[in-house]
Design a binder for this molecule. Structure first.
Ligand code: LLP
Length: 398
């Protein structure tokens, strides 16, 4: 890590490429080739898109931008599926013209937009899957819980919208209904929530007799000491056994994001300032913050932190680990445990930052976004370079 920091500077996202491949392989072994659709929103750059595709996964994109990046890595559109609760006509056109595998339709308005595009001569037809809101609440943060009735996503099962959407699709001259989908939320640890969703979806899907049943992503990962999440294999067994028991004949596929990439990466920071405020607390400031990891601020998520020079040392200092942004909310860890001899200049490693860190990063305070380095067999290669000041002006047309 010290070598990587020396060569690429800090902050830097460091991914273990073999770890990424192992998670992909585990998922493909559990569900089958072409039945694992990597949710690119968790972490996307061309190297990641290619890696997931090479490992036998399909790619899910949630915007035209994600589709563009995936295809720029050489992933064929036929291996991409598209999500979004409010896809624009431009995104739908891009998906149809590129020839994506299917689009997951999320609203009646989207049907109208697709019909209009096809009627105007954009493509000849489109395979679609319907996103269903199964009315299952996942045990997770409310911002990332999506399967409950009060949700902006999907066609509500309980109020009849899901059945109306099936009829709408079957009536449509422009779409071919190939399956149904649900995603109950993200960072879910309870196998029972997944099993419940599978049950509800099986009830709905079996009579429809469609080729595809997509059960979303959402498998949680352990971020802090003491947490334990089901493995991808256990998740696969739970879902596939439930589907089999319920008589599902469709191909069952899933869309994991976090469980593929989260634990494969750590972020390296350099400690820049340490402030002991007697009877209040100690603040340790590093050279990144909410611009490379907004999760603690958004969801109160926890992370561990270690000194790269003393990974096994006891961590008896409790401090607030903060970034360099101009607001008090810029927290990376509310109660970080760190070695008491931490000093300015130390290299700090924060594990499990591979999902929704780089992808949710920003340029707040015109901080340049960190690079991404893939390590494998003792070698490091840069896959996303650090932003420069000229990147900050690239879109500024002054
Ligand atoms: N499929 C759909 C339709 C989704 O909306 C998502 C995530 C996934 C699959 C992948 O879920 P995963 O396996 O990664 O849990 N920014 C939040 C997470 C937002 C998840 C959005 N949808 C976070 O940092 O926790």
């Amino acid at each position: 890590m010290a070598d990587v920091a020396e060569e690429y500077g800090t902050p830097v996202f460091v991914y273990d490429e073999l770890h990424l491949r192992r998670r992909c392989r585990e998922a493909v072994a559990a569900f089958g080739r072409d039945r694992v659709i990597y949710a690119t929103k968790a972490f996307l750059c061309r190297a990641m898109a290619k890696l997931a595709y090479d490992e036998g996964m399909l790619l899910d994109v949630a915007s035209g931008g994600e589709l563009h990046v995936a295809m720029s890595a050489g992933v064929p559109a036929s291996a991409c599926t598209m999500h979004g609760n409010n896809k624009s006509s431009a995104e739908l056109r891009q998906a149809i013209e590129a020839g994506v595998r299917y689009v997951t339709v999320d609203s009646f308005d989207e049907f109208d937009r697709i019909d209009a595009l096809i009627a105007s001569g954009v493509g000849t037809g489109l395979d679609v899957v319907l996103r269903i809101t199964p009315g299952v609440s996942a045990h997770t943060h409310e911002f990332i819980s999506t399967g409950q009735n009060d949700s902006k996503f999907g066609f509500n099962l309980a109020n009849g919208d899901a059945h109306r959407a099936v009829n709408r699709a079957r009536r449509s001259p422009s779409v071919n209904l190939v399956g149904v989908h649900c995603h109950i939320g993200s960072n879910v640890f309870e196998a029972s929530s997944f099993a419940r969703a599978a049950e509800v979806m099986a009830d709905f899907a079996v009579p429809l007799d469609l080729p595809e049943l997509v059960l979303g992503g959402g498998l949680g990962v352990a971020y802090v000491e003491g947490e334990e999440a089901p493995s991808i294999t256990q998740w696969g067994n739970a879902l596939l056994n439930a589907c089999q028991a319920l008589g599902v004949k469709s191909r069952v596929s899933v869309e994991p994001g976090r469980s593929i990439v989260a634990a494969a990466a750590m972020t390296l920071y350099t400690v820049g300032t340490i402030k002991h405020i007697p009877n209040v607390r100690t603040y340790v400031s590093v050279d990144g913050g909410m611009s490379d990891n907004p999760r603690p601020v958004l969801y109160g998520s926890g992370y561990e932190s270690f000194l790269a020079r003393a990974v096994d040392d006891s961590r008896d200092l409790t401090a607030r680990l903060v970034g360099k942004h101009c607001e008090s909310g810029d927290v990376l860890s509310f109660d970080a445990r760190l070695p008491v001899d931490i000093r300015v200049g130390d290299l700090l490693a924060m594990p499990v930052t591979g999902a929704y860190g780089h992808s949710m990063g920003s340029n707040y305070n015109k901080i340049t976004r960190p690079p991404v380095v893939f390590c494998s067999d003792g070698d490091a290669r840069l896959v996303v370079r650090r932003e420069t000041f000229s990147d900050l002006l690239a879109t500024d047309v002054f």
